[in-house]
Design a protein around this ligand. Sequence first.
Ligand code: BTN
Length: 271
Amino acid sequence: MNASPAPNLRFDLEQVALDLGARSSEFALRWVESCGSTNTELMNCTPEDDGRVHVLVAGQQTAGRGRRGRVWLSWPDSCLTFSALWRFAPGAPVPAGLSLVTGLAVAVALEKLGVEGLQLKWPNDVLIHGRKLAGILVELLPGRGRTPAAVIGIGVNRRLPDDVNIPGQAGGVTDLQRELGHTIPAESLLAALLTELHALFETYAAAGFGALRGAWQQRNAFAGLPVTACGDGSTIYGTCAGVDDDGALLIRTDTDLQRVLSGEISLRLAP
Ligand code: BTN
């Protein structure tokens, strides 16, 4: 998809640091006007571990990636697109649940900025009235004896072009402009997201996903609804019964309670 001409690609890193306040020394912030994918950049050129969370923000991505091999389309100045390289203490509960904690942090940060009606679609789409507001791609860095680390990629729709049509988004998409009547400056948004990620990752590392499960379930877009979960060569039909302490999706079928650890879920019309 082509960009509209002359977008505002400026990004004020100093403002982000100011908004982060005392926390700013814990982050190494970098902005690039354009790159293929901020996740790919951090996965391929991993910064040295200096104790800080390395954050790469792109004014524009030319090869943005979504979950399950999909593309993530964005237009300059329409989306906040960034990735953060988060390192965890050895033994921390990194893989399971991290994706869900990230989605929860995005939702909570947006709520604190005044966005209402946010819901989470397992594992981590952020929706309003069924429309996608933000997408998350969490990728684990290969261990090889190093500190466990993950690249957390987040795209938040700030102000999409009016005629946008994104293939593969069944319920459609939305943006902050539409939901709030105004958008949020990308700098404030980034600072709020990093602040909440920091807080919830601390809880997660100390107490596991179980400590955040209730907050996730309060925002579960599919709670009690009929769902179909497809993935790994099988399909499960049933009613969404929330998530467990590992972050697995629970589906009550006619015969039992199934745990889904990866895949895609969609709303199934009740017969
Ligand atoms: C999805 O909804 O499928 C996940 C979308 C994730 C998009 C973000 S934008 C910043 C980061 N860089 C990428 O290439 N993807 C993530």
